[in-house]
Design a protein around this ligand. Structure first.
Ligand code: HEC
Length: 264
């Protein structure tokens, strides 16, 4: 042990180890002692900046002194050029096999595609904002009702037909002919386009909620709703508020469902 401690290569390895322990455990511990929250150093910073800098500083320090430098590199040179059969030669053979294997293994682990679902849970129906703007109109989502429904909730026939056309032109490629979320592009997206015939979607929602989702799409979801990337487009620049209300009529009518009433 004493020999290792007195040797420049031994000191180099020990200092590297100490620096690693300091970055990995010492600094998070210190930060939690001072501020109350542990602040670990991100792994990529540690391995691409901090540790390489420590290596560089140590090499500079050792190589500043000719004698230290030759002491430092001697064991490494021996390992490479030693000819007489000995422990060193055996170690060299082991390293010749082990280093490429480890490097290959690490490279494989880094590029191996990960097909498992992301661990975070997506809140499917996050709380909507209080209003949204479409064109020049600002719609108060807390009180908005579909202007194309009569007092008894029945849709206006003309508006329904127009909603059907809006759906056919804009939504069918993802949400499908049968509104089951099985359009031509459906399988390309994760999460899949909503299946409107499922009881878990529009039947549970108020029309104003749908209005918000259609106007602002995936990008309009709050942070807790994003989770997985939603492909639902933003429509507030392509469709007018009237067209959005009409397509909503069609979604309920075609699936034989009723929206959740305001205040329910
Ligand atoms: C590019 C594919 C795509 C197109 C086109 C598309 N959607 Fe979507 N839509 C999605 C995806 C994916 C989701 C599920 C993720 C989410 O809720 O954002 C979704 C979700 C929704 C929801 C939310 C349902 C719920 O339960 O919260 C509504 C409402 C909706 N879409 C309506 C429409 C309407 C109306 C159109 C046409 C104007 C349309 N979508 C066009 C992909 C699409």
């Amino acid at each position: 042990m004493r020999r290792v401690l007195n040797h420049k290569l031994g000191q180099f390895v020990i200092l590297l180890l100490l620096a690693f322990l300091l970055f990995q455990f010492g600094i998070p511990w210190l930060s939690s002692a001072i501020t109350g929250t542990a602040a670990p150093i991100p792994a990529h910073l540690l391995w691409t900046i901090y540790m390489p800098l420590v290596v560089l500083a140590l090499l500079l320090f050792i190589s500043a002194n000719e004698q230290w430098w030759s002491e430092f590199k001697q064991p490494l040179l021996n390992l490479i050029v030693e000819q007489t059969p000995s422990g060193l030669v055996r170690l060299r053979r082991v390293l010749l096999v082990a280093v490429p294997l480890i490097a290959g293994g690490v490279a494989y682990l880094l590029i191996r595609p990960d097909i498992s679902a992301p661990p975070e849970l997506r809140s499917i129906h996050p709380a909507p904002p209080s209003s949204v703007s479409v064109g020049a109109e600002t719609i108060d989502l807390r009180t908005a009702v579909n202007p194309y429904r009569g007092a008894d909730g029945a849709p206006e026939t003309g508006a329904l037909a127009e909603g059907r056309a809006v759906y056919g032109q804009n939504c069918v490629i993802c949400h499908g002919d049968s509104l089951e979320g099985d359009g031509l592009f459906a399988t390309s997206f994760r999460p899949r386009p909503a299946d409107f015939t499922d009881f878990g979607t529009i039947a549970q929602l108020q029309e104003s909620y749908l209005f918000w989702r259609i106007a602002t799409g995936g990008p309009g979801l709050p942070a807790d709703g994003k989770g997985w990337n939603s492909a639902m487009p933003v429509w507030d620049e392509t469709l007018s508020a009237d067209e959005i209300w009409k397509v909503i009529l069609y979604l309920y009518d075609a699936t034989d469902q009723l929206p959740r009433a305001v205040g329910e």
